[in-house]
Ligand binder design. Structure first.
Ligand SMILES: Nc1nc2c(ncn2[C@@H]2O[C@H](COP(=O)(O)OP(=O)(O)OP(=O)(O)O)[C@@H](O)[C@H]2O)c(=O)[nH]1
Length: 223
């Protein structure tokens, strides 16, 4: 028997049907990195987004760097996010610096119950400006927002710092899932907009988008 590999079986005398061309399962791809001090919740944040689960119990620090993919659809466009989870510990910094250069977006986390993780954000931003692309998308995230009784960093402090650096800001919880998806969707929208847009399409500003979504969720939680 002869035939083209992959051609569908046919009845006698009929031309073989061609297999449908392979369609990639996404339209564009973007590399996102999670950064921030050890223990702020980067791994949990990624797992919450990818699997909708929260890893409680013993804290196992990330060694080096690891990644997961997830495809999200924004405005009909499938964006494959390749999300790199970095180790927050100082001793792995030289390893992770090498990955900054081809990242399109960085999610920079601190822990609202840990002052030093917030104080270190400026040092993280200095590193980002040294190693990442100039036009990298940066978002500041105050994680562990579910731990309100242990909060030491006010939401306004996060807002003020983010405004100073001109980056969007969200408080999040990798435990409850609060704003986890919104953070990645905002990144995906920005990457989609940067990859190309129609001349008549309104311009997309990630900070405005995040602010409008925050207002929507706070307004609707009273309904
Ligand atoms: N309550 C609460 N706990 C969290 C949250 N996110 C993470 N944790 C806990 O914080 C600890 C550290 O979380 P990880 O995700 O491992 O922290 P990490 O930033 O990846 O740490 P490194 O890998 O060392 O950089 C774990 O015990 C988590 O269960 C959160 O949003 N709320």
């Amino acid at each position: 028997m002869t035939g083209t590999p992959g051609a569908a079986a046919t009845r006698d005398g009929e031309a073989p049907e061609r297999s449908p061309p392979c369609r990639p399962s996404y339209d564009l791809t973007g590399k996102v990195m999670l950064l921030g001090d050890t223990g702020v919740g980067k791994t949990c944040f990624l797992i919450q987004f990818k699997d909708g689960a929260f890893l409680s119990g013993t804290f196992i620090a990330t060694v080096g760097i690891d990644f997961r993919n997830k495809v999200v659809t924004v405005d009909g466009v499938r964006v494959k996010l390749q999300i790199w989870d970095t180790a927050g510990q100082e001793r792995f910094r030289s390893v992770t610096h090498a990955y900054y250069r081809d990242a399109q977006a960085l999610l920079l986390l601190y822990d609202i119950t840990n002052k030093s993780s917030f104080d270190n954000i400026r040092a993280w931003l200095t590193e980002i400006h040294e190693y990442a692309q100039r036009d990298v998308v940066i978002m500041l995230l105050g994680n562990k927002a579910d731990m309100s009784s242990e909060r030491v960093i006010r939401s306004e402090d996060g807002e003020t710092l983010a405004r100073e650096y001109g980056v969007p800001f969200l408080e999040t919880s990798a435990k409850t899932g609060m704003n986890v998806e919104l953070a990645f969707l905002a990144i995906a929208k920005e990457l989609k907009y940067r990859a190309g847009h129609r001349a008549d399409e309104p311009s997309f500003q990630i900070r405005d988008y995040v602010e409008s979504q925050k207002k929507r969720s706070s307004c609707c939680s009273f309904v």
